[in-house]
Design a protein around this ligand. Sequence first.
Ligand code: GTP
Ligand code: MG
Length: 340
Amino acid sequence: TTYPNDINRLNAPFLTMFESLIPPNEEKVKQKQLLTVLEKLVSKEYPEARLFLYGSCANSFGFSKSDIDVCLAMELQNVDKSDILLKLADIFESNNLQNVQALTRARVPIVKLMDPVTGISCDICINNVLAVVNTKLLRDYAQIDVRLRQLVFIVKHWAKSRQVNETYHGTLSSYAYVLMCIHFLQQRRPAILPCLQGMETTYFANVDNVECAYFDQVEKLHNYGSRNGESIAQLVWAFFHYWAYCHDYANDVISVRTGRTLSTTMIKYLVRCSKRAKDWTRRVGNDRHLICIEDPFEVSHDLGRVVDKFSIRVLREEFERAAQIMHYDSNPCVTLFEPY
Ligand code: GTP
Ligand code: MG
């Protein structure tokens, strides 16, 4: 990799930016407080139900002042999820929570609300246990090397500023960007992150017939990336360089699960042997292989499925723009994040 000579001048401003985006401790306290309030309200109606935080408020990649994602785990015996969501909406509304709304027809049905005491908004879904488990995987990766958290914050901040973090417009979710960053750090030589799912199993969960197994004793991996001395400025430069000029969009699948890049050709082959990957076949058939990001546990789930032939151009142009700025601009810490 050939960074510009003076790339390290950007370390200090990138780190300052990272620090300014991290939620302060009192915000975390308020989130827990709200969770306790919700738990009390829910348990009056459903005593066995449990609430879990997931998404960016729990995976350590959350910005200050973001909404929180809550998963309600309970056994459903012939009860409709929609009915429960409507019931919950009733309970919340009559207990002074604001902007309560049940979205029963969404891809992931939820009830939304805002707590006037803490000012926090939240989305509550039911039994999305896989999301709770992948949240833990992301949080565990973040504890191995601080550069992952720094890189993700900068990439997410860039994606939000440039409006390429909007799945309803065909660009990528925050979750997809985190997987891209983990994959990228797994590929550095020497590697900065290991492949936890390729190591001894110390954590196991079977969720909706998906086996989730990986090495979660990450405190033992604190020095893992220390043989690689790349700075955050160098990594941001290389990340955008990779997505602008090195990634084979038509043939490569990003796979954090294997710590490697898989080929779509190989996946087509695997499809013939397994039913699991059937969603990918359809995509291969439709030639909609525009960017492929494998979910670490739900391997038939492609986080790039939202991308279409228009938004892929937007995305790739933004990666190229970012790469050019990192290479040539005199003030990338400003230009990179200029609102679209
Ligand atoms: P921000 O809210 O943008 O800060 O990030 P987030 O990580 O909370 O992302 P988001 O609210 O979009 O997603 C919440 C969680 O849902 C993710 O962190 C994943 O754990 C889980 N998830 C599983 N599959 C998907 C998927 O296909 N798309 C998205 N967006 N999330 C998924
Ligand atoms: Mg979220």
